[in-house]
Ligand binder design. Sequence first.
Ligand SMILES: Cc1cc2nc3c(=O)[nH]c(=O)nc-3n(C[C@H](O)[C@H](O)[C@H](O)COP(=O)(O)OP(=O)(O)OC[C@H]3O[C@@H](n4cnc5c(N)ncnc54)[C@H](O)[C@@H]3O)c2cc1C
Length: 485
Amino acid sequence: MIPQTTLAKIRSIFGSAGFLDSAEDRIAYSYDGTPLLTHLPDAIVIPQSVDQISRLLKLANDEGFGVVPRGSGSGLSGGSIPVENSVVLLTNHWDRIIEIDQNNLSAWVQPGVITAKLHSAVEALGLFYPPDPGSAAICTIGGNVAENAGGLRGLKYGVTKNYVLGMEVVLPNGEVIVTGGKSVKDVAGYSLKDFLIGSEGTLGIITRVLLRLIPKPQFSRTMLAFYSKLSDSAETVSDIIASKITPAALEFLDNTTIRSVEEYAHLGLPTSIDSLLLIEVDGRSAEVEEDAAKIVDICKRHGALEIRIAANEQEATKLRMARKAAFSALARVRPTTILEDATVPRSEVAPMLERINRIASNHNLMFGNFGHAGDGNLHPTCLTDERDANEIHRAELAFGEIFSEAVRLGGTITGEHGVGLAKLKFLEKALGEPAIDMMRKIKEAVDPNGVLNPGKIFSLRPRCEGPLPTNREQIKKFADSGAFT
Ligand SMILES: Cc1cc2nc3c(=O)[nH]c(=O)nc-3n(C[C@H](O)[C@H](O)[C@H](O)COP(=O)(O)OP(=O)(O)OC[C@H]3O[C@@H](n4cnc5c(N)ncnc54)[C@H](O)[C@@H]3O)c2cc1C
């Protein structure tokens, strides 16, 4: 626990309105979107200025406590879950779009801006901010930059890092820097912004972000193609790419996911099919129509049972819903949903899915699979029950094997959710100890006292063995102790 004398100093920086330490608040900020992981923060702070963050970090270095930045807490690797001796620092209330610069195709935003709110604001001006995580309606730009979030449009448009021009950051020692800017070209020294993107809140607290915008595509076509065999949908994906068409989205759902979505959203999906593809092309009208016609041909050639093409934006939204509802729909099937993002080169999607199904069956587990087939970023999702310790143990073993397979096929343990707490024990498998050692040295150089988001990405120990850290018992004891009113 952080000593009371130190907590009093933290409170004096933020004032009573910016400092929370009630039992209710501590429990509310003890978890994020990741199942099985929780830890109570000692307090939560709500900054009103960059200077307050600077002063907090200086105090953290002097008195030895951790500071955990947090946006919306929708992360799926436990990045914003505190570890012992830490305060959670919120940035989600800093939610202002500061400037949209149409001449320089850029926008300065505060870190708490909700991604979908930015989409709407720029699209109203004929501009486009492509990164669109499935959580766009709830996640923040700060969280997206810290995780280098991907999304459905990643195949054609890339991920968050492709749209970050600059940022203002408070470094772990409390100093403030602005790195990057509106110049399209800038090679003055190391690109610190690129170093900070995807650093999961371990190297700096983002207080403003400068984002690149592009002109909004004029036209789009959205379709669903249904298949009776996984190999047919996989060959469709390969053939679309080989035909030199780059769809804006090329997404995959397996039968378990399709059935769950249909039960949840009632979209009229056939529940007996093996898999479906959601395909979207965008751009200029003539080019889109030509690509859409070619894609329909390719789908038919690979045995598509049916192809549904949206006639208008309303229908397109309904077709997209089949994919967007996947996580929520699967989450209703069993009490605990462990969603991962094992990623392989796209040519290995079909073999990887076969291996995931085999591993699930060997461990007698229920899995739903969906994901970004076009860029090989799969979401094997274990539908389980955390009250069954044996089943959770089997799920752990299964994910260990899935990550090994992904790495063996030339892929990685995470394509977009980050390492956080959930995957630090698999990191060595993906990167090898020398690479992790180099990352640790960078962290030590920037944050020698380890005050910023401690315990994330790589554990303080060289290896973290055993099951995932879970602190449900801690929360239960705390709630039962009477502290919780
Ligand atoms: C239904 C659902 C669908 C999802 N779909 C996708 C998807 O398609 N693609 C994808 O990439 N992710 C997806 N995610 C995961 C998640 O939404 C993203 O990782 C998102 O970027 C997290 O944003 P957040 O604001 O919730 O951040 P948080 O969860 O609060 O934090 C995430 C990390 O960012 C750090 N952080 C947050 N704010 C700051 C800041 N201001 N400065 C420094 N560090 C900061 C935190 O310390 C933490 O390490 C999904 C999650 C859900 C629940």
